[in-house]
Write a protein of this length. Structure first.
Length: 248
């Protein structure tokens, strides 16, 4: 699904123009993990504002699905994954241009309906009889992290559904189809009006690094490089931190 980064951005601080005196233009296509949806959409608007003539288009999905699309020839300039393993799929196929850089990290929480009606305080509470839990599929970064956290806690549970990205898992809670889901802190924060995010200690051992790289066959490599560079600016880091991401 393609989403444009443009918008009114009325509460966005204007970022500094891209450095080095290089003017970029045209469309830049970014394939990004679903958990980056809100923050990247905001950053896309800011990047466009700083670079008149540039349009940022995003495709948000599970990192494993995006990696497969890239390796099958889907045209894109930048890939931002939610785990190094999915990035390695792309770089091992020779489709990265240079070495991926980790730009943020993310941690899991237990997402429950607003008000936490089930009084969930720990992973073990998810094994209560009749409790319906959604997880991400294991090949998706949030699913791999969830399984690692559950193993660390010594908790075994059978989810009622396995979703292909973190937004889909969170939607099950928002729609009342499950009692809880393991999602990223950033996604729970973005949906704070509808869900609560319950922190749990085992998530500290399953933190995901988010790498980003410009792609070898990028149609607009200069703009892709400028976008990746912008993500390391103070303005971009402020947006990412406010969304709940951690510095690498």
């Amino acid at each position: 699904m393609g989403l444009s980064g443009c918008g009114n951005g009325d509460d966005a601080a204007s970022p500094a123009p891209t450095g080095g005196g290089t003017r970029v233009s045209g469309n830049v296509t970014v394939f990004a993990a679903a958990s980056l949806t809100e923050s990247f959409t905001r950053l896309g608007r800011d990047f466009e504002a700083a670079n008149p003539g540039v349009r940022v288009t995003f495709s948000f999905a599970g990192s494993s699905a995006l990696a497969n699309q890239i390796n099958q020839g889907a045209p894109a300039d930048v890939f931002a994954a939610a785990a190094p393993a999915n990035m390695k799929t792309v770089t091992d196929a020779g489709n990265g241009d240079g070495t991926p850089v980790t730009f943020v990290r993310n941690q899991l929480v237990i997402a429950v309906p607003k008000g936490n009606p089930g009084a969930v305080t720990r992973l073990a509470d998810l094994t209560r009889p009749g409790t319906k839990v959604a997880l991400c599929a294991e090949q998706v970064p949030c699913g791999a992290a969830a399984r690692k956290a559950l193993a660390t806690a010594g908790v075994t549970l059978t989810p009622v559904t396995l979703e292909q990205d973190v937004k889909a898992a969170l939607a099950k809670v928002r729609l009342g189809e499950v009692d809880a889901a393991l999602v990223y802190r950033t996604d729970a924060r973005a949906a704070a009006g509808e869900v609560d995010g319950i922190e749990f200690p085992e998530s500290a051992g399953a933190v995901n690094d988010y790498p980003i790289v410009v792609l070898k066959d990028a149609p607009n490599k200069a703009a892709g490089q400028a976008f990746v560079g912008y993500l390391r600016s103070d303005a971009a880091r402020g947006v990412l931190t406010a969304a709940g991401f951690q510095a690498p």
